[in-house]
Design a protein around this ligand. Structure first.
Ligand SMILES: CC(C)(COP(=O)(O)OP(=O)(O)OC[C@H]1O[C@@H](n2cnc3c(N)ncnc32)[C@H](O)[C@@H]1OP(=O)(O)O)[C@@H](O)C(=O)NCCC(=O)NCCS
Length: 190
């Protein structure tokens, strides 16, 4: 499995996963998946451009409560496995960041988020993808990343711990996320 910068050649596999009911958005779920299919139909080029947005040129982001916030720099990569059965698309992983020394805005739940399609889970893909994404974070000059997860998401916690993540705190995700609890981990980047 490798990480690819999303391109037109990857769209059929990505759309097929969305149509099977998978969503790369762990918070907004199926609603976000439908919005993505719509955007790809209307403007595939613009959709792909957003997957590589280190200067935060894209539009505002919508939070689960419907409020919008300015976008911060971000990269999305797709996990891709040419040799895999059921097509090459495996999942999605994203990195977002702020200038060195500045904290993430409170509504941004961590530097890195990821999701693997259910039919390719438990094969080590998320663990490997996070290791690869940490290299991209280093290229962006980050000295550490924070990753947040739900207290009951044991799979995600194992992915983080396998990449030397250390639990920092349990926290309140804030009003935009219904004040749900979260766990915040930190991974130092050598
Ligand atoms: C979390 C997620 C990305 C893990 O993807 P994955 O490719 O299956 O993860 P891996 O195969 O690398 O497995 C990592 C570890 O989690 C364990 N694991 C995987 N699925 C699990 C599950 N449902 N329950 C308990 N443990 C699980 C694996 O056994 C492995 O443990 P090990 O390292 O001790 O062997 C995937 O379950 C997913 O997409 N979930 C929905 C989206 C999500 O929660 N994203 C994270 C938000 S912070």
């Amino acid at each position: 499995m490798k990480l690819v910068r999303p391109g037109p050649e990857h769209l059929p596999g990505y759309c097929a996963a969305l149509q099977r009911g998978w969503s790369p958005d762990n918070v907004r779920g199926a609603v976000a998946a439908q919005e993505m299919l719509q955007r790809i139909t209307e403007d595939a080029e613009g959709f792909l451009a957003l997957a590589h947005d280190p200067e935060a040129r894209g539009p505002a982001v919508t939070l689960p409560d419907g409020t919008q916030r300015p976008r911060i720099p971000s990269l999305t990569r797709w996990m891709w496995d040419e040799a895999g059965d059921e097509g090459g698309f495996v999942g999605s992983i994203g990195l977002r960041w702020t200038p060195p020394g500045t904290p993430l805005p409170p509504h941004v739940l961590g530097h890195i988020g990821y999701a693997v399609v259910p039919w390719k889970q438990r094969q080590g893909h998320a663990t490997h993808a996070l290791a690869l994404m940490l290299r991209l974070a280093r290229e962006q000059g980050l000295g550490h990343v924070e990753i947040t997860t739900d207290p009951d998401n044991l799979a995600s916690q194992r992915v983080i711990i396998a990449n030397e993540g250390v639990l920092i705190e349990r926290f309140d995700k804030g009003a935009a996320y219904g004040h749900l609890p979260g766990l915040r981990y930190r991974i130092a980047i050598e």
